[in-house]
Design a protein around this ligand. Structure first.
Ligand code: BIE
Ligand code: MG
Length: 214
């Protein structure tokens, strides 16, 4: 059987990026996905918004739901201060296997813990397994019908603190209507929309930034 798209993405990184240089890994993936095969990375346009929110928050404990091939994992980890950590959760083992290699190629494996399994099962175990008290940044980019469930789960597990920033991808395309309604109407969140475009396309998409008020 032939290679998978994630495997071809990994090949493009190994061919075109420089080992230990996260920016070259990001650029290699963007170039491949824009010119060869579209893939569901957050991409370069929304990636700049992700970068700016990250720089503002400067998290010491970050969580990513939905690793895929590790593109946003690399974007986040490259901006973390020394000693800060990112936990990223991926359900699909084939995606996780490629992501581990891409994260390692970027030289960021010491800042990232990739956990394989369903987010709904793993979130309640993060404290006991990784000694996380709470997160100051969460990037939601997994199955769109899990955003609201997992946000409520994070609340119930006490993994959000006053000021925690939730940043959600794809709130327009493919869309996360229930999640948007929740964070925009709940008195426990201060929410705002960053308009952009679906990765590598001209279609509208955007990121929703929601600050947990405690
Ligand atoms: O759901 C899709 C999707 C749906 C149909 C076909 C391809 C992808 C998608 C599209 C853009 C994204 O940024 C993204 O994170 C996802 N996702 O699966 O999590
Ligand atoms: Mg996405």
């Amino acid at each position: 059987t032939g290679s998978s798209q994630p495997q071809r993405m990994l090949k493009a990184v190994q061919k075109n990026a420089t080992k230990g240089d996260p920016q070259s890994v990001i650029s290699a993936i963007d170039h491949y996905c824009r010119n060869k095969e579209w893939a569901m990375n957050v991409g370069d346009d929304k990636g700049l918004i992700l970068d700016s929110v990250l720089t503002e928050v400067n998290p010491s404990a970050a969580l990513e739901l939905g690793t895929y091939c590790g593109y946003s994992t690399v974007r986040i980890a490259r901006l973390l201060s020394p000693g800060s950590k990112l936990i990223t959760v991926e359900f699909n083992p084939a995606f996780a296997a490629v992501a581990r290699q891409i994260i390692a190629y970027a030289g960021l494996q010491d800042k990232v813990t990739l956990v394989e399994g369903p987010s709904g099962d793993l979130i309640p175990k993060l404290r006991e397994r990784f000694g996380v008290k709470s997160f100051d940044f969460v990037f939601l980019d997994h199955w769109k019908d899990r955003y609201l469930l997992d946000t409520k789960l994070l609340e119930d597990c006490g993994l959000l603190q006053k000021g925690t920033v939730l940043l959600a991808d794809n709130v327009i395309c493919p869309g996360t209507p229930e999640y948007l309604k929740y964070v925009r109407s709940s008195p426990r969140y201060e929410s705002r929309y960053y308009k952009s475009n679906l990765e590598y396309t001209k279609l509208e998409d955007g990121l929703e930034k929601s600050v947990f008020l405690g």
